[in-house]
Design a protein around this ligand. Sequence first.
Ligand SMILES: Nc1ncnc2c1ncn2[C@@H]1O[C@H](COP(=O)(O)OP(=O)(O)OP(=O)(O)O)[C@@H](O)[C@H]1O
Ligand SMILES: [Mg+2]
Length: 347
Amino acid sequence: MLKKSVKTILNGLSVAVFVIDAEKIIRFSNDAAKTRFGADLKDQNLSIIITDQKCINAANQVLNDEVATVSLEITFQDVVPTTFRFIITRLDAERVGGDARAIISLEDISHIREAEQMRIDFVANVSHELRSPLTSLTGFIETLQGPAKNDKVAQTRFLSLMASEAQRMSRLIGDLLSLSKLQARERVAPGEAIDITAILRRVSASLEPLTMREETTISLIMAPYLPDVTGDADELTQVFQNLIENAIKYSHRNSIVEVVAERDPSHENQLRISVRDHGEGLDPIHIPRLTERFYRVDKGRSRNMGGTGLGLAIVKHILIRHRAYLHIDSKPGLGSTFSVFLPIAGI
Ligand SMILES: Nc1ncnc2c1ncn2[C@@H]1O[C@H](COP(=O)(O)OP(=O)(O)OP(=O)(O)O)[C@@H](O)[C@H]1O
Ligand SMILES: [Mg+2]
């Protein structure tokens, strides 16, 4: 039917291609189609893989010479739904020869749709996160201009609430800028030799006001003679600041947060730094999504604590840039361990 050279060319494409005859019988499927839809589709009816009525109608229109080509988007409801661009084009019988009458290409465009959806969700999330402090600021301003115009006590209280809302907005914008800068530099790995123990000591000291407020103790357990890691001091500070802060925030009062720095027992060229808390822990369903922007298990709680839900997204991007990774282990009611694996310098 199709010449060998044409088949070879079609087999070189990454999109799935089918050639059908006038009865919608599959006469040829390229390698990509075989991998995606099965190896033995030859001489089967097209409806064995495509049941979508829009596509069948399109095939009928093309085969009846009503239109030359039709392009459609269809979603296959597999375990993970997959979206394809389906294009069917009439083949000139005289030129192609044999019984080939139409060619169909099916291109998986799920990743494009996912990226679009992520962008839409991101804009919606940012707008929402910025609008809520802005709404309360506007409310306070109206009250200060009107009912509380001469109320000194209310003025002092409102101004302090306004300051904290403004701080939250500025933190959110700072975090968003941090994220976009990190993403822009993701391909360039940092190259300084860093003493991670010094960073952990500094972060732990800087969190003293929070530990005092939450009545929590940070216990630093560092193996002796730890080698330096390759990294960027400011970015690694940000990583451990967020992980230790989370461990404190999502623990009960009077609890201990253990920060352990040691050589990774399973890989001698990296260090393992674990931040372990004895707090509320996490349901395993949340774990894969924790590093998504704005993902929080309890939105209200995170917001009340001044969180933006961007902390772990920043951690993830810093670690990608460091060619390092994060492992999260957690049991509801028993606490969580966030372990960071960092490459040792000079190896
Ligand atoms: N140690 C932990 N124990 C239990 N839940 C945690 C822990 N760390 C993070 N989480 C959950 O993961 C969510 C995302 O954390 P992330 O650090 O990204 O945001 P946040 O702490 O809410 O805000 P921010 O970091 O901006 O202050 C948190 O809202 C919380 O629900
Ligand atoms: Mg956080």
